[in-house]
Design a protein around this ligand. Sequence first.
Ligand code: B16
Ligand code: MG
Length: 219
Amino acid sequence: MIKACLFDLDGVIVNTSQYHYLAWKRLAEELGFDFKPQDNERLKGVSRIKSLELLLEIGGMKNKFDNEQKQAMAETKNKWYLEYVNSLTPDDVLPGVIPFLRELRNNRIGIALGSASKNTALILDRLGIPKLFDCIIDGNQAAKAKPDPEIFILAAEKLNVPAAGCVVFEDAEAGIEAAVRAGMKSIGIGNPAILHKASAVINNLEGFTLKKLNALVPL
Ligand code: B16
Ligand code: MG
């Protein structure tokens, strides 16, 4: 039986990946190279500093900067990213999310948010939905970034639910890998070719129900 659902933030609850992309693109332009949308897929779900390392690799600048310089670049990117985040409103919660979370709560299924983002609290506040989650684990509490399973394992522990009773909702390849390594079932949201390790893949949460979840992932 499904005991808990663990939700990624960016790409599942809200589409902030476009903002991450624009902020990284601006940094790439300052460094003198173009950052294409297709390269953005590799950055999804991974930590801020790992994203920067991937970006520098894409731009052919892998070993050009020391840690202090990288930290400064990551902070600059985050400042630009937060300018976009501050424009978020409750209307930006992705379609279907709120009815599905309410249905889970009505059925006493644990609900956790498991995101790599250190801006999770701010984003949930802007969206007006922190109370919809029983537990929130983000990049400030987990030392290891996805694909490491730490975020989802911590969330399951906090909910007091075994991994085998959890289903992870994720839009990123790194996030699905984290679910697999945590011993959890997963629903990929997006492209089945990228999310092929997920237990099942759907387009989005619009019209999604517990009945559909049980049919896709019988536990
Ligand atoms: P921040 P998720 C991830 O969020 C994003 O997908 C990823 O692109 C970003 O680098 C990471 O959060 C860290 O975000 O810079 O705000 O700490 O998909 O795990 O909800
Ligand atoms: Mg994501």
